[in-house]
Design a protein around this ligand. Structure first.
Ligand SMILES: [Zn+2]
Length: 69
């Protein structure tokens, strides 16, 4: 394991405050493989930004763009 991988592995599961201007969000960092990392942002349930990112519940998914007309 090289220095960068060791450094990345040490961050696995790290919880980082912030990540959203609208709520008291935090981020978690996940090391997937060989320094490839994923950061998840955890918003509060009421966060307007979070709600904008989620499809409206109870509505069917939008058809894919570029469909036949
Ligand atoms: Zn948020």
């Amino acid at each position: 394991m090289n220095e960068i991988n060791r450094w990345a592995a040490s961050l696995d599961g790290a919880k980082i405050p912030g990540g959203c201007e609208d709520c008291d969000a935090f981020q978690t960092l996940h090391v997937i493989d060989r320094g490839l990392t994923r950061i998840n942002i955890h918003h509060d349930d009421w966060c307007p930004t979070y709600r904008r990112m989620r499809p409206a519940s109870g509505l069917p998914d939008q058809p894919a763009a570029g469909g036949a007309r």
